[in-house]
Write a new protein. Structure first.
Length: 76
């Protein structure tokens, strides 16, 4: 979050850390977690936090805005 101020603005630090810990505990064996490099861990966390922000933003879309967004995603 220090590297990307937008995360600090949009996400609650304590809540997102708790969420990340829960996701890693649920989906990754401890032995495998210990082999992940710091850079790789940062990348995974950034992806998850970006997804959380995107889900918050998308929740406020009108149906028309969601259709535009969906169409833009399909083109990528």
């Amino acid at each position: 979050m220090e590297d990307r101020p937008f995360f600090k603005e949009e996400l609650n630090y304590s809540e997102i850390v708790k969420h990340l810990v829960e996701l890693f505990e649920k989906n990754l064996p401890f032995e495998e977690f210990n082999t992940i490099s710091e850079a790789e861990l940062k990348e995974h966390c950034s992806f998850i936090m970006s997804t959380e922000i995107l889900s918050k933003i998308g929740g406020n879309f009108t149906p028309e805005q969601m259709a535009i967004f969906d169409e833009a995603i399909k083109r990528k």
